[in-house]
Write a protein of this length. Structure first.
Length: 274
């Protein structure tokens, strides 16, 4: 009886959040970049809360400030790098004078939160800015559709057919059957994008590895977050999105697959294969 209301919550939340995110993706440019900075800040706050449950206390404001230039390195690398270095030095110098016996642990936690998620988000910004505006949008849209289809089919495939645990020590609910359903769901999503989007920018040969990367790295991002949540003793990163959990819960797969895709397309471009 609990499944239907939970599913309804997921659908309602997705129906509200997805169009907003897709609109920002379509706009691109600074609209998308600023939007991704806001997403980064929310996820950072969620992670800070999780780390605090493990007695790892970050300097919240400094973590957030440190993350902004990390994301901006995708669009203004020189200026963003100088700002990042200045903030990093400020954090490390001021930490010297803080009266705390385990200050180094909190310093590492602060830098970790300030760099890890923003760096991964910057990969999504790089992907959106790849090529001209249309190519960047189509590739980003394809990635999102693949990730969302993977997530949906993995959920239903795991619920209906799941018998063999994928990573029982990290996420007991995830199954190999769900992974397989999700993996091939990504290929279905890719095929639909290539069929319905005119003048699709990728050949079949270039598109297949794109789907493979997304199908492998997306679940890896999911498991990475699950490991952090398990260590923190919580089910969801927050209650921001009813039926989905927090923003980190919605972006975990994207945070791994988008940078991997950006790297893949960079390599293709560098060797004149795209």
């Amino acid at each position: 009886m609990k499944t239907v209301p939970e599913l309804a919550k997921r659908i309602i939340s997705a129906a509200i959040a997805a169009p907003v995110f897709l609109y920002a993706t379509w706009l691109g440019g600074w609209y998308f970049t600023v939007g991704m900075i806001l997403v980064t800040i929310v996820i950072q706050i969620e992670i800070i809360a999780m780390l605090s449950r493990q007695e790892l206390h970050t300097r919240k404001v400094m973590s957030v400030l440190l993350g902004i230039p990390v994301v901006l390195m995708a669009v203004i690398p020189g200026t963003a790098w100088m700002i990042f270095l200045a903030l990093l030095l400020l954090i490390m110098v001021t930490e010297i004078f803080r009266d705390h016996n385990e200050g180094w642990k909190h310093l590492l936690a602060t830098i970790h939160v300030g760099v890890m998620i923003p760096a991964l988000v910057s990969g999504l910004v790089v992907l959106r800015n790849f090529g001209d505006d249309r190519i960047g949008f189509v590739l980003t849209l394809t990635l999102l559709v693949m990730v969302w289809t993977n997530d949906t089919l993995a959920f239903f495939g795991g619920k209906t057919m799941g018998k063999h645990k994928l990573a029982p020590k990290i996420s007991p609910a995830k199954t190999i059957e769900g992974f397989v359903w999700g993996f091939f769901g990504g290929f279905l999503a890719l095929a639909l994008c290539m069929y319905f989007i005119s003048d699709y920018p990728l050949s079949v040969g270039a598109a297949i590895p794109f789907a493979v990367i997304t199908g492998l790295l997306g679940p890896a991002g999911d498991l990475s977050e699950s490991k952090l949540k398990r260590a923190s003793g919580i089910k969801d990163s927050s209650g921001l999105m009813p039926g989905h959990g927090g923003l980190y819960d919605r972006f975990d797969a994207i945070l791994f697959s988008a940078p991997a895709a950006a790297i893949y397309f960079f390599v293709l471009y560098h060797f004149s294969l795209l």
